[in-house]
Design a binder for this molecule. Structure first.
Ligand code: BG6
Length: 297
């Protein structure tokens, strides 16, 4: 179902079984909403989000490609998140099982885009709602150029959470313990995570390297856990701007940092290289389950 969203922009609404749904804007190929079977919004979307080029929509799942962050010559987080995508009416086959609602989008660089990054490619994105209300994003990037190219990538996912600023942090991440990370707040210096589980009390902007394929985001107050699974994406970014940075962002409310946490399936440390004709696939699977807490919590 295609309808008009904010600023008259086209959006696709996917409806799964038992009331689950997702909304995807063609602007950015950007998922802005994901609801589970209880009609509860699971993604954060800023009340100040600007749905207008050249700004990417603040919240949901922007796609960072062909460059994650500001390491490189391109604009921060690349440019596909602020370009218009199209519906792909004849995508190459990709396994589908029954009871799934999905949409296929495609992005191909324009003449103007080729001046910024001089390679041609086809970027196909399938967004699927599974029977249990799970959300899956599959990216397929095919090199249609005569030369190889390299890129970095992230599914920047803004999870909606109860309140990250509460003392005795009730929000934490499991699955990144003991891993090495690059700290974006310290010029990407490399550190090793020492904590049992990651909790929050200030700005965080880290790239965890070669992580397990499963990461959990536990929200004690909401009594729910997001489970993030990924394929083809070795790294994971964790980002929260916290109070000061939040105030400096024009498309983000001053207190909204409390209610969001970005945990991103990514390929950053080792860029992905595609030879002419080659295709890369990167998948993100999100589900939400009632929390099971360890004893004493
Ligand atoms: C982080 C950057 O990855 O993304 C921050 O390290 C930046 O500097 C943040 O503020 C958000 O980026 P953007 O482009 O979506 O405002």
């Amino acid at each position: 179902e295609i309808c008009k969203g904010v600023n008259d922009l086209d959006k696709v609404v996917l409806r799964g079984l038992r009331g689950s749904s997702a909304e995807v804007y063609l602007y950015g190929g950007h998922v802005t909403s994901w609801k589970n079977n209880h009609d509860e919004e699971l993604l954060f979307l800023s009340s100040k989000a600007i749905f207008k080029p050249p700004k990417a929509i603040r919240g949901g799942i922007p796609i960072c490609f062909p460059q994650f962050g500001s390491h490189g010559n391109l604009e921060q987080h690349g440019f596909v998140r602020n370009r218009f995508w199209s519906i792909d009416r004849s995508p190459p086959p990709l396994t589908v099982s029954c009871n799934k609602a999905f949409v296929d989008l495609i992005f191909k660089p324009s003449e103007e885009d080729l001046k910024i990054w001089p390679y041609s490619y086809e970027f196909r994105l399938r967004i699927t709602i599974g029977p249990g209300g799970d959300l899956m994003l599959t990216s397929r990037i095919k090199n249609t150029d005569g030369r190889p190219f390299s890129f970095t990538f992230a599914y920047r996912t803004y999870f909606s959470i109860s309140d990250i600023s509460k003392i005795f942090s009730e929000v934490r991440i499991e699955g990144l313990e003991t891993l090495d990370y690059l700290d974006n707040l310290k010029s990407r210096e490399r550190f090793t995570e020492q904590c049992d589980a990651i909790t929050f009390e200030s700005e965080v902007d880290r790239i965890y390297l070669e992580t397990p394929t499963k990461i959990a985001i536990l929200d004690h107050e909401k009594k729910q856990t997001f489970v993030l699974r990924k394929d083809g994406l070795p790294d994971a970014v964790v980002w929260n701007p916290w109070e000061k940075k939040a105030k400096s962002m024009m498309d983000f409310g001053d207190d909204e940092y409390k209610h969001m946490l970005c945990v991103e399936a990514a390929a950053i440390e080792k860029a992905i290289t595609l030879k002419p004709g080659e295709e890369w696939k990167g998948r993100l699977y999100l589900s939400v389950v009632p929390s099971c807490y360890r004893s004493g919590q």
